[in-house]
Write a protein that binds this ligand. Structure first.
Ligand SMILES: Cc1cc2nc3c(=O)[nH]c(=O)nc-3n(C[C@H](O)[C@H](O)[C@H](O)COP(=O)(O)OP(=O)(O)OC[C@H]3O[C@@H](n4cnc5c(N)ncnc54)[C@H](O)[C@@H]3O)c2cc1C
Length: 492
């Protein structure tokens, strides 16, 4: 008798069935549709698909597509994703699965692929991601799915469905998270997912499917891909940051063994930049928050007895070194509060999602005189009067990232020098998501909306334009943080 559920180690709260029917027992295979967790390890969705494959004794196909028709699709993002596909192709070479990387070249060419593959599938398992166009995929596909379709939440330590409200300040989210610590410590996807299962022999993709949607030829080297034939924005060039799991793990090991010790001191200074620079890898799913969390705890020889009572404070809960306490706060509180917002608020990316007090104070100052007003093009080309701001924008355009402290200043000044807060929001979203490798992420919206007051409180004195929204200036930034080298690096 086919079952709609199988016993598994994946917490049920992470599995949802948008098309909740029995597996199709005459289906030929189980299909894993990889769209957000682009990795072969530490991935609950792949784990779920492998479980179905073992249980139903049907081969596993992994489809990793990259389409062109999404907003901000450009050479930079595509190069990063393709590097991840290469790593997946290598990792899966010796596994009992069929890996099917697909690159859409022209808009619409990829349409119909997932439906065609699903026709012969027993079960389709997909990733659940609460932001950008991926947020809407499950509803779209559920209306078309011809077999059982499940989505799995492997985003972070806190399952998306545990909080039943949107948290408006970090302190209350942190306290909530600390109270769930037993759950966080108990849930961990398998590190090496596929080696855990007895999978049937792989099945080749049907010829008629490959004729219409040829498998991407992913070179097993790091050479830049030729994107000229692809319907994407070629004005945003790839950066030196190489995507993929191999590079993510290299950076992560390097951070853990060398740089994490000074994270709390070095992180805020662009000249020493002690942060992990892993946000693009987290964004594209090349590394998981789970592996980072458990590695960090192991690195600190953490024992459960060290835990303090939940108090919502940044320090003193995990009772590990100050640097790691600070790092865990970014990973568990600041990263995951954004997932909470995107998951529960369908207006997460619109101005109206801001708290009432924020909109009221910005509205009160909407007509205030602005000494400087720049257009999107002037911001984009770093043509403001402020060398610190221009340097940050140049780093974004060139490297696809901005140092975290300067990213806050970058946003605050866009608010300061735009015609209105609504226009400032549009400009931040456009520039961040177009150039930042970690853009189009729940954190993108946390950061950008934080600039406008989300997760914050009113700050005095009340000022022009900002009202009681927290203010930042380049002068005070120059006094507080070390950025001489940084300014030199990005002076033109
Ligand atoms: C205007 C603005 C826009 C932003 N846009 C993005 C974005 O598009 N994508 C993005 O991932 N982050 C964004 N952030 C948050 C933050 O700047 C980056 O997460 C951080 O700089 C990434 O660098 P890192 O990986 O070296 O972080 P680390 O300091 O090494 O921290 C580890 C991880 O914790 C999380 N994290 C760290 N700081 C924050 C933070 N302030 N908010 C949320 N999560 C955090 C990230 O996942 C990060 O990779 C934005 C912040 C602002 C102010």
């Amino acid at each position: 008798m086919p079952q709609t559920s199988i016993s598994c180690d994946i917490p049920e709260i992470r599995i949802t069935a948008p098309h909740d029917v029995m597996p199709n027992m005459s289906g030929e295979y189980v299909l894993y549709w990889m769209t957000a967790y682009r990795r072969t390890d530490s991935n609950y969705a792949l784990q779920r698909a492998a479980q179905w494959s073992e249980e139903l004794k049907k081969p596993l196909i992994i489809l990793e597509p990259l389409r062109v028709g999404y907003r901000w699709a450009n050479d930079r993002m595509h190069q990063f994703v393709v590097a991840g596909m290469r790593d997946n192709a290598i990792a899966l070479q010796k596994e009992n699965v069929t890996y099917y990387p697909y690159l859409e070249k022209k808009r619409g060419e990829g349409s119909g692929l997932i439906e065609a593959l699903a026709t012969k599938a027993a079960v389709v398992v997909g990733d659940e991601y609460p932001c950008f166009f991926l947020k809407h995929l499950p509803k779209w596909f559920a209306a078309r799915a011809s077999c059982r379709y499940e989505i799995v939440d492997s985003n972070g330590l806190m399952p998306l469905r545990i909080p039943d409200k949107i948290f408006t300040v970090a302190h209350s989210y942190r306290r909530f998270m600390q109270k769930q610590v037993d759950t966080l410590l108990a849930q961990r996807p398998l590190t090496k997912v596929l080696s855990h299962f007895q999978l049937p022999s792989p099945q080749p993709i049907a010829k008629e499917i490959l004729r219409k949607w040829p498998m991407a030829e992913i070179a097993f080297n790091n050479k830049p891909f030729d994107w000229s034939d692809f319907d994407i924005d070629h004005s945003v060039a790839p950066t030196e940051m190489v995507g993929g799991r191999k590079e993510a793990l290299r950076r992560w090991k390097n951070f853990l063994s060398l740089r994490s010790i000074r994270y709390d001191e070095d992180r805020n200074h662009p000249d020493t930049d002690g942060s992990s620079a892993l946000s693009p890898y987290l964004h594209f799913g090349h590394i998981s928050a789970h592996e980072m969390f458990f590695d960090v705890l192991e690195h600190e020889n953490f024992r459960v007895e060290q835990l303090a009572r939940p108090n919502g404070k940044v320090n003193g809960f995990w009772n590990v070194s100050p640097s790691i306490e600070a790092f865990l706060d970014q990973l568990l509180t600041w990263r995951e509060i954004g997932f909470n917002q995107c998951f529960l608020d369908r207006h997460y990316d619109s101005y109206r999602s801001l708290p009432t007090w924020v909109r009221a104070t910005l509205q009160k100052h909407a007509a205030d005189k602005r000494d400087y007003v720049y257009s999107l093009a002037e911001f984009e080309e770093a043509r403001t009067h402020d060398p610190v701001w221009n340097a940050a924008q140049r780093q974004l355009v060139k490297e696809g990232r901005i140092h975290n402290y300067l990213r806050m200043l970058w946003g605050k000044k866009i608010l300061h020098w735009s015609r209105s807060p609504e226009e400032a929001l549009d400009i931040m979203v456009e520039l961040n998501n177009k150039y930042a490798l970690d853009g189009r992420d729940p954190n993108s919206y946390s950061g950008i909306f934080w600039v406008l007051g989300r997760y914050d409180r009113p700050w005095g004195p009340e000022r022009p334009i900002f009202g009681t929204i927290r203010y930042m200036s380049s002068d005070s930034t120059l006094k507080k943080i070390h950025l001489k080298k940084y300014l030199k690096n990005f002076e033109s």
